[in-house]
Write a protein that binds this ligand. Structure first.
Ligand code: NAP
Length: 306
């Protein structure tokens, strides 16, 4: 018979690591399963200046490393694995990967979200050949070259500013005439001489056979198309929740974010969700970490009541 954990956390980003810390501190026998990189999306963020206390060159990677160490020190066990099937309706939750079956009294889903594709022609074909979704990973390849950033939210503007450390020019292409990003980020971008803006425009296609040579832009007001010669294109048009595995089992909104109450309870008892995978209004590291803490505390109360 497989080991029965008090709590299994799926996902090792800020929500999962924070849940692990709180669960282990309350002496729950806790396993955290992560299929890729601990830290999740924040590992691709160079500057992290809005997580309280993250000063003096705190990067996403350094913060997640410290979060992981803290959880480990309190006794969280870690497994590098990918859950592919589950049975979570009963009192014992069963999670299956290709090689293992895991069992737990409670589970916390902290699977996060993935970058969304913009949907223009050749986007998939030239992904990794000039088109990127991670500035921290790829900015270096574009040193002294011209790059474009697609999107007008916090991600697009944060990463556009970061890219100016490498590229000779950064052109932000936004589908409206006003940015969605926080005002302080907007100010920094508008004051950065390396950043230019193309407003009211969308990318309809990428040009290039083996490698990106340029973008075809469509002006939404005039309907005119133009070519923009760039060596790189970074797409930041939002995220999609990683919730496929739970479809048909958990209640979700129309964009597949898992619906929870304020205690992170889903519609199935003993199953909790935390962080970017759940339906909420502010997706930040600080709210993910808070969700994780609440989910673990609610999971502990659930076990006590049982
Ligand atoms: P977001 O806030 O949803 O912004 C997505 C941007 O992409 C919007 O400007 C949107 O335009 C545009 N867009 C969406 N679909 C598009 C398409 N098909 N073609 C062209 N443009 C498209 O996403 P995000 O910037 O990734 O941020 C996600 C969450 O993480 C937010 O809650 C954000 O605050 C948070 N975040 C925070 C920070 C930070 O605080 N430093 C950094 C990164 C992310 P419209 O504006 O017209 O809708």
């Amino acid at each position: 018979m497989e080991h029965l954990y008090d709590c299994i956390i799926i996902g090792g980003g800020p929500a999962g690591l924070s849940a692990g810390l709180y669960a282990a501190r309350s002496k729950m026998d806790t396993l955290l399963i992560e299929r890729a990189k601990y830290g999740g999306q924040i590992t691709t963020t160079d500057e992290l200046d809005n997580y309280p206390g993250s000063i003096e060159n705190c990067t996403g990677a350094s913060l997640s490393e410290r979060m992981k160490k803290q959880a480990l020190d309190f006794g969280v066990k870690f497994a590098k694995d990918e859950i592919v099937d589950l049975d979570i309706d009963g009192a014992i939750k069963v999670l299956k990967s290709k090689k293992e079956t895991y069992r737990a009294r409670t589970i916390i889903i902290a699977t996060g979200a993935n970058p969304r594709l913009s949907g223009f022609n050749n986007e998939r074909k030239l992904r990794g050949r000039g088109i990127s979704y991670c500035a921290t990973c790829d900015a270096d390849f574009f040193t002294d070259l011209d790059v474009a950033v697609v999107g007008g939210g916090d991600s697009a503007i944060t990463e556009a500013i970061y890219l100016t450390k490498f590229a000779s020019s950064v052109t932000v292409i936004h589908r409206r005439d006003a940015l969605r990003a926080t005002k302080s980020l907007q100010e920094r971008a508008f004051n950065n001489p390396k950043i230019k803006f193309i407003w009211n425009s969308i990318v309809v296609g990428a040009v290039g056979d083996e490698i990106l040579e340029g973008l075809i832009l469509k002006n939404k007001i005039t309907g005119e198309n133009r070519k923009l010669k760039v060596d790189g294109c970074f797409v930041f048009v939002g995220y999609e929740p990683i919730s496929q595995l739970f479809k048909g089992k958990l209640t979700m909104d129309d964009r597949n974010y898992i619906i929870t109450d304020e205690d992170m309870k889903t519609n199935i008892s003993g199953v909790f969700a935390a962080g970017d995978v759940r339906e909420k209004s502010l997706r930040q590291v600080v709210t993910a970490a808070a969700d994780g803490a609440i989910a673990a505390t609610t999971a502990e109360s659930y076990i006590e009541e049982k």
